[in-house]
Design a protein around this ligand. Sequence first.
Ligand SMILES: [Zn+2]
Length: 179
Amino acid sequence: MPLPARDPIRHCNRCGSSIGYQVPADDNRARALCPSCGHIQYENPINVVGTVPRLDDGRVLLCRRAIEPRRGMWTLPAGFMELGECVQTGALRETQEEAGAEVELRALVSMISVLPVGQVHLYFAARCLSERLDPGPETLEARFFHPHEIPWEELAFRTVRRTLEHALEGEGLLVESLR
Ligand SMILES: [Zn+2]
C-alpha cells in the first residue's frame, strides 16, 4: 500500500529530549532511545480494518476517495483501528463512516502484511442490509458495482485489489505479505 512510510521519531514522548536510533542493551534492533531519560519508544505495525460489503445480488460497494493518498481512486471502506475497539467494531465503524452502509459482518476475507509501511490489513466479508448509502467526508462517491464493472485500473491500493480478487474468486482466508 503506497502510503508514506512513517517518519522517524525525533523527540522523546516522555521528557521531550531530542533522540536518535540505537540498539539498546539486550536488544537486537535500533530503537528510538532517549539519551536523557532512557525511555524507549517501540514502533510496531498498525492495523487497518475494513470490509468487502456486498448486496445479496453480488454487487460490491466501493468508495471513491476524497482524501490523499490516492484521491479520486476507488477503495473498499477501511481505516486505522482505534484504541479500545476490536477488529470487528473497527471494520463496522469505517464502513459506516466512509459509506454510510449498514452491514452485517461475515468471515474474514484477507489478512495482508504490508511491510514497507508496517501495517496489517484485515478485511471482513459483509452483507449489506439495504442499498441505502450516505458517504462521509472522506468519500467523494459510494456505489455498488457488479463484479464485471469493478474499476480494476482505478483501485487505490494493492491490498484492495488482492482482497477483491480473493473475495470474488478465492476460498477461505487470504494470508499474504506485500513488499
Ligand atoms: Zn526522554
